[in-house]
Structures are given as structure tokens and as C-alpha cells.
Write a protein that binds this ligand. Structure first.
Ligand code: SF4
Length: 693
């Protein structure tokens, strides 16, 4: 019993931002504190998590629908019925005039599992469109593709974070947790305190690289060659684990031959990493009794991202790491529900439970749960960038939830122009993002602390985010929006879109049952009682699976597969006109497109705007001083931001964070060249020139 003198208890929930999904408490007055009892972050939160509730009461929070007026051309306040009727009419017009694929749906890696599930179901049953994908395609899709190829199953980390400090050596490739998920840094400092070693591969000497025993700084876009060079030395030095290769893998000969063609001296020429550093890395990694490779966006956001991750996985396999205790390969996913968001059907080629949309058995199972004819389900559609590029062409109308591609998509000025060319655009968001500003209808929706739902963190740990605060009047949940739209567009299907997240999760469990990401044994009741459940968990009383692959890999023969890969240049290499590499990334005080974090005063003070990081030698050559505006120009456009000089970046490379719109928008410059397998754009490397302004 709570007496009048006791304040109401805070609610235990999770941060809305990154894939760490830190445990936090939210008090009724919206005060946030870290949860000591949650093992992932043990009470620690970064500034984004600490200030996450401020967006909810921000003066720029949307609290009522907006509809673009035919008279003024401006977004004007409207009632919910008018807004929903307008969306239904816009989608129906496109469908009637041009067929179901004239409608597209774009989701987000921050949406809960329930929303991602309902959005995929809405696209494929109500709209019957194949054109659905989400911004997670821009996040970890290359690691997902490479994990599928190698292990037959992709789960960001196939082991819990707590295994990191217990291993002997971590090879961290293209990841900067000091900026992207600071509470995770303790796993690396504990590793070192336990006597383990840390190798960081990054063109920049980041705050994470400062911690490393060895920092390798390859030219952007060449870490595939670096991995092959390391594998070459592993073989040449007789350090491959032949027994493991024989018993647990297939395809070694092809991968071995590809690596042997990459001589260390050649690798030095390609990457700029001296041969002695390469040997040092091999000594640390292959010499450790237990070791793991962890990748993030660096190797993944390349037009050869899948091959690059495959090269790092090959190194892990050749040294006998995956499927052994405190060892293996894992990907540090980026967005809050980057893992769960790709498992339940908002990805162009997938159905709930991580089933493949093209698989007839998967289609039959999911169609059975949805009560529709399997033949009525459309096939796989376009990937995220291809979908955005087709807007205004054969795609005439778009429903977008939880994403802001005007800032976050590659070649962003072109994407913005495609969005403007649509017949109809509807956006559901918490604030008027740069993409929402272009919409015909904007719907204000509830956010993390105002609703209940599940997310799956980077470990594959399914978590319950609880409602802690009452949403403002005039705001509805994404699930309510989908139900209302289903009622208008396909009344016979309305019942299949409950607004209660627990009811949606019940159906998601059935749809995922028997699939690779099996949630059948996971219930809200179980999640409310503990620290989450690792999928797969097929049985109601099952323990879940914190560690995958200990006995067998997920391919039919139980073996992991080497994928033979060879180095190739980036889609765009420096030349006389564009002589410098550009690479992009994040800063600690902002998150993704900044739609939410740019609305928080404290975060804005810490990171008020974009900048161009460059080496003092490059700056001297250009005659640029610290703080002076510089223009960065690529074949796609021009961005202007103040120079920030640091010796911690390669002299042939500049770096820009990508959180801001306007003249300093980094994604104006980035190259949408796509990986042939994952369809990941090449965010991490393109050619630019830098000019004084
Ligand atoms: Fe939130 Fe990630 Fe910061 Fe944790 S590290 S508080 S999950 S943004």
C-alpha cells in the first residue's frame, strides 16, 4: 500500500535510444535514473539516456495531427478522423490508380517489436504492397547478411556482453562505443583489468582507440584487405586451428587461397598499415587462448560490407573462435531495436520470426497466423535506399514511421527531392522532423515511456519497456494508427490489428514459432519478472539461449561456412578532383538523425552542430585554421561546417558526424553505392575535396 506521504514508485523500463537498451527508472515527474539491478548497464546511463524524457514534454512535441491545407499549402492542425481519413484516401488513390506497389511503407529500427510486426503485416495484408523496408537497412544489414552466410543465423552478439571481459583479446573493428554507447565501455576496461588485450581498427584515433593496446588505422574502405592480411599471416605462421576447421567448418580451402593471395606487403600498400603492426595484431589475436572479433558500422557500411564482415568472420573461424566459450564473432548493433526491428517483418525480404519472405513454408505459416491466403502475400520488395530512390516514380504514396531519411539517408538532397515528388506522404513521429515537414499528414504518436512494448537488444535479449508516463492528450500510439487505417482500407482485416501491445506480442509469438528467432516461449509475464529472455526460446518454461552455436551452427550440416572473399576498392576512390576520403559517424551527445536529441537543450549545448574533423597537415595544406568554416564537396553535393583539427585522424581522410540537417548535412555527400548482398549504402567512405569558404 502506498501511503499519502510516499511518492509513487518510479517505473523500471529501458532507454529509447541505442541497442544497449540500458535499464532505467522513470519517476512520475519524468525524472530518469539508471537501474543498478539491470546487468547490461548496472546503473550507468549516457547523457542521451539521462535526458531522454525531456523530449516528451518539449515545447516542440507534437500533440495533435497536422494536415496540409489545400488553401495555404501549410501544415495546419486537424482532428484525428480528418487526418486518418486523409491518409486512407491518399493510399487508396495510389492503389486504385497504379496498383498495390504504388504504396510504400518505411519503418524504423527504434520501433518496438510489436510495431515492427504490425507495420509489416499492415503493408502485406492491408496494402498488399511489396514495397516495405526500414532504416535498419542502413545500420547492420551487412553484418546480418554475413552472419547468415557463415553461421546460418544472425544475432548481433551470439553471446552475452558479460563474456567480453572474460576473453583474452577483443578485436574491435569500426566501432566507437565511447561515443555510441558509453556504458558498454566498461566491458572493455574490465577486459584490460583482467589482463586481456584490445585491438581497435579505425581510421580515427577515437576515444575507444585511446584505450587499445594496438590501434590500426587503415585507409577508409580497406579493412577487408586488413582482415585478409591477418588471415594470411595466421596461415603462414601455422596458427590456424586445423582441428576446429576440420570438425566445425566447411569451405576453408577457398578462403585460405583468397587470403594467401593477399601478401602482407600488398596489404600494407592498400591499407597503409605497416607490416610490423599487422604482425603485432596477429600475435595478440591468434596468440590469445580465447578471443573475439566485434564489428560495427565501420566495416558494415560499405558497398562491399558483406564481404568485409565475411573476411573478419573468416579470421575468427580460422583461429577456432565462434561457438566456443568467451570467444567468437559478434556485431554491435546500433539502434534501440536494431535487432528486434529486423526480425519481425518490416524488412523487405523477411517475415516475422526472421523467416524468409521467399520461402513457401514460411509464407504458409505466417499467412496461417494472419488468416490470409499465402498466395496473397507479396514477394520481396526494394531495399531502403532503392525504395527511397523510387519515390515519385512507380511509388506514388508513402507511410513512414520512426525514421527521418531527409537527414539519415545517403545522397540526402536527392532523397529529399524524391520525397517532395510523391503524390502523398504521411509521417508518424514525436516531433516535426525534417521529413515530417514535407508530409501531407503528420500524426503525433506516443513514445517509449508513454507506452508498453518489447525490444530486443544487441545481445538478442528480449526486454519489456513499460509505460511510465501518461501521454499528452491528442496523441495516439502507432498501433492505434494502424488499426484505424486498416478499418478504413480493409475493414475485414481490422480485427487483426489490436491496439493492445500484449495482444500483438501474443500473435507475434505464434508467427515466430518454429522460425530462427523463435519468441514462442517469451511472455510479458516472464519479461516483467527478470532481466529479459534471449531468443530463441520456443518453450514457455525454456531458459532462452544466451549463447548460440556451442554445439552446432545453424546450417543444416551444423557447420560454419568460410566465405572466400577478395579485396576490391571502394565504389569511389580519391582522384585529382576529389582527393580526400570522407567518413561519417556519431558523437556522444546526439543520436542518429537527431530528431529527438537536437530538441534537448543539454545535448545541444554539448554538441551544437556539425563539424569537419581533419588532420593539421591537411589543414595546413589547405590554409584552414581551427574553427574556420570549410566546404566539403563530393559528386553529390556540398556541406559546410567548422573545421576541427586533430592529429588523431589520417591526413588523407576527413570525418563528419551526420546528426544535423541544413548546410552541414553530412549525408548530402555520402555515396548510395549499394552492397550487392545486403543492399547497404556506402556511408563510411566516399571521395571529397575540402575548400576554404
Ligand atoms: Fe541509452 Fe544507449 Fe545511452 Fe544506454 S548507452 S543510456 S541505451 S543511449
Amino acid at each position: 500500500t502506498v501511503t499519502a506521504s510516499e511518492p509513487p514508485a518510479p517505473t523500471a523500463t529501458h532507454c529509447p535510444y541505442c541497442a544497449l537498451q540500458c535499464g532505467m527508472r522513470v519517476a512520475p515527474d519524468a525524472t530518469v535514473s539508471g537501474r543498478e539491478d539491470f546487468p547490461v548497464n548496472r546503473g550507468a546511463l549516457c547523457g542521451k539516456g539521462q535526458s531522454a524524457a525531456e523530449v516528451l514534454s518539449s515545447r516542440v512535441r507534437l500533440t495533435g495531427p497536422l494536415v496540409r491545407s489545400a488553401t495555404t499549402g501549410r501544415l495546419e492542425p486537424a482532428g484525428w478522423d480528418e487526418a486518418l481519413d486523409t491518409i486512407a484516401a491518399g493510399l487508396d488513390r495510389a492503389r486504385t490508380a497504379h496498383g498495390p506497389d504504388a504504396n510504400a511503407v518505411f519503418g524504423g529500427g527504434g520501433l518496438t517489436n510489436e510495431k515492427a510486426y504490425a507495420l509489416g503485416k499492415f503493408a502485406r495484408t492491408v496494402l498488399r504492397t511489396s514495397q516495405i523496408d526500414y532504416n535498419g537497412r542502413f545500420c547492420m544489414s551487412s553484418a546480418a547478411a554475413a552472419g547468415q552466410l557463415a553461421f546460418g543465423l544472425d544475432r548481433g552478439l551470439p553471446f552475452p556482453l558479460e563474456d567480453i571481459p572474460r576473453t583474452g583479446c577483443v578485436l574491435l573493428v569500426g566501432s566507437n562505443p565511447a561515443e555510441t554507447m558509453p556504458p558498454a565501455l566498461r566491458y572493455l576496461t574490465e577486459l584490460k583489468a583482467n589482463g586481456g588485450t584490445l585491438i581497435v581498427v579505425d581510421p580515427r584515433r577515437t576515444r575507444t582507440a585511446e584505450l587499445a593496446d594496438l590501434h590500426l588505422a587503415p585507409r577508409p574502405g580497406t579493412d577487408l584487405a586488413l582482415a585478409l592480411g591477418m588471415l594470411h599471416l595466421v596461415v603462414a605462421q601455422g596458427r590456424a586451428d586445423e582441428a576446429y576447421i576440420r570438425e566445425r567448418t566447411s569451405g576453408w580451402e577457398g578462403a585460405r587461397a583468397a587470403a594467401m593471395a593477399h601478401w602482407p606487403e600488398y596489404v600494407e600498400r592498400v591499407t597503409g598499415v605497416p607490416v610490423p603492426r599487422l604482425r603485432e595484431a596477429v600475435d595478440l589475436f591468434a596468440g590469445a587462448g580465447e578471443a573475439m572479433v566485434l564489428t560495427a558500422r565501420g566495416p558494415e557500411q560499405q558497398a562491399k560490407g558483406t564481404d568485409t564482415v565475411s573476411a573478419w568472420i573468416n579470421l575468427a573461424l580460422a583461429t577456432g573462435r565462434p561457438g566456443r566459450p568467451h570467444s567468437g564473432y559478434g556485431c554491435l548493433t546500433g539502434q534501440g531495436n536494431g535487432q528486434g526491428g529486423r526480425e519481425h517483418g518490416q524488412k523487405a525480404d523477411q517475415l516475422p520470426g526472421y523467416r524468409k519472405l521467399a520461402d513457401p513454408a514460411a509464407r504458409a505459416h505466417v499467412a496461417g497466423v494472419w488468416g490470409v491466403d499465402p498466395d496473397s502475400l507479396p514477394g520481396p520488395g526494394r531495399s531502403a535506399y532503392e525504395l527511397l530512390d523510387a519515390l515519385g516514380g512507380d511509388i506514388r504514396a508513402l507511410l513512414l514511421m520512426g525514421s527521418n531519411p531527409v537527414v539519415s539517408a545517403p545522397r540526402a538532397a536527392h532523397v529529399e527531392q524524391r520525397l517532395r515528388s510523391l503524390d502523398f506522404l504521411a509521417v508518424a513521429d514525436v516531433v516535426l522532423s525534417e521529413t515530417a515537414e514535407l508530409a501531407d499528414v503528420v500524426l503525433p504518436v506516443t513514445q517509449w515511456a508513454e507506452e508498453t512494448g518489447t525490444v530486443t537488444n544487441l545481445e538478442g535479449r528480449v526486454l519489456l519497456r513499460r509505460r511510465a508516463l501518461t501521454p499528452p492528450d491528442g496523441v495516439r500510439s502507432d498501433l492505434e494508427v494502424l488499426r484505424e487505417l486498416a478499418a478504413r482500407l480493409a475493414p475485414d482485416l481490422e480485427k487483426g490489428f489490436p491496439a493492445d501491445p500484449e495482444e500483438v506480442f501474443g500473435e507475434l509469438r505464434r508467427a515466430s514459432a518454429g522460425g530462427p528467432a523463435d519468441y514462442a516461449g517469451i511472455s510479458y509475464e516472464r519479461l516483467a519478472q527478470g532481466d529479459g529472455v534471449f531468443w530463441p526460446c520456443p518453450e514457455p518454461d525454456g531458459a532462452g539461449t544466451p549463447r548460440l552455436f556451442l554445439d552446432r551452427f545453424a546450417h543444416e550440416d551444423g557447420r560454419a561456412r568460410f566465405v572466400p572473399v577478395t579485396h576490391r576498392p571502394a565504389a569511389e576512390e580519391p582522384d585529382a578532383e576529389y582527393p580526400v576520403h570522407l567518413t561519417t559517424g556519431r558523437v556522444v551527445a546526439q543520436y542518429q538523425s537527431g530528431a529527438q536529441t537536437r530538441r534537448v537543450d543539454e545535448l545541444n549545448r554539448a554538441a551544437p552542430g556539425p563539424f569537419v574533423e581533419l588532420h593539421p597537415r591537411l589543414a595546413a595544406r589547405l590554409g584552414v585554421a581551427e574553427g574556420e568554416d570549410v566546404a566539403v564537396v563530393s559528386r553529390r553535393g556540398r556541406a559546410v561546417a567548422p573545421a576541427r583539427l586533430t592529429p588523431g585522424i589520417r591526413p588523407d581522410t576527413v570525418f563528419m558526424p551526420f546528426h544535423w540537417p541544413g548546410p552541414g548535412r553530412a549525408n548530402t555527400l555520402t555515396n548510395p553505392a549499394l552492397d550487392p548482398t545486403s543492399r547497404m549504402p556506402e556511408f563510411k567512405v566516399c571521395a571529397v575535396r575540402v575548400e576554404r569558404v
